[in-house]
Design a protein around this ligand. Sequence first.
Ligand code: C2E
Ligand code: MG
Ligand code: MG
Ligand code: MG
Length: 290
Amino acid sequence: QAKRNGRNAFELFRPEMNQRNEHRLRLRAELHKAIEQGALELAYQPQLAIAADRVVGLEALARWHHPELGTIPPSEFIPLAEESGLILPLGRWVIRAACRQMMLWQAQGLDGFRVAVNVSVRQMRDAQLPEFIDATLTASGLAPERLELEITESLLLENAEAHIALLQRLHARGIRLSIDDFGTGFSSMAYLPRLPLDQLKIDGSFVREIPGDGEAITTAIIAMAHQLRLEVVAEGVEDAVQFEYLRQAGCDVLQGYLLSRPLTPDQAGDFLRRDVASAVPASAVAPAAH
Ligand code: C2E
Ligand code: MG
Ligand code: MG
Ligand code: MG
């Protein structure tokens, strides 16, 4: 069939397709190596609780700086990792590295915030995930309440019952659960009240359209999240107009370039220290002053 109908197209596109394939194969081999050699890094983007005006979390974002190919963005290597199965070792490395970093900060007196790691659907299908997370928390000493898993909405499209059971296991251990990129996945919202969630993250694509069409959507998501007793994070907040809109709409947490770009661990440590330094000490707050 392909021969008969597609010969011309096949001949025409073959060199390009081969090049693409070769590039992907090379990237895949290089990614495998990078994971094994511990050559990936994590960047940390601060999240600000708007009412309290303090950092309540950091999102860990994978970074790959290849010596020859340069910096490869997650939008390129995460899908590759998902297709090739490398997302399992990659995802485990991310969880381990984030927990270790949190304990390094804790040893420097920096705590009172959480770390959020992105977990792909493929990882959620890994039956050993809860045991792995347990073992990692135990080995690192990080309190489960300080670890948050960001899962995408698309998870809810498939095999919901099995996923709900897995989420319940994780949540029962005290781990926080968040739905990432909310509003982009066309999931069945009917499942939302049944999931043991703590947080919804409004996708940056809606925030980008403030002022404008993004206003109705973000306001509706915030109202729904609060009805479900979930914390709401707005991601991709880049300017003061967006921030002010979201603050007045009752959004709980802000994440975006307006506050900070994703930072190296050292930069994030400095950011956290400045945040602590600028906070009003509890003893200075009069009991009646709300
Ligand atoms: P995400 O989890 O939704 O992360 C937010 C993305 O928005 C990050 O892109 C972040 O750098 C970017 N961002 C933050 N603030 C702003 C802003 O104000 N403006 C704009 N334009 N962008 C902003 P990044 O780091 O390139 O990651 C892209 C996606 O790759 C992530 O989206 C996540 O889905 C995936 N990803 C990153 N690290 C991991 C990981 O360790 N594991 C998995 N499974 N996925 C990851
Ligand atoms: Mg995320
Ligand atoms: Mg997101
Ligand atoms: Mg996103």
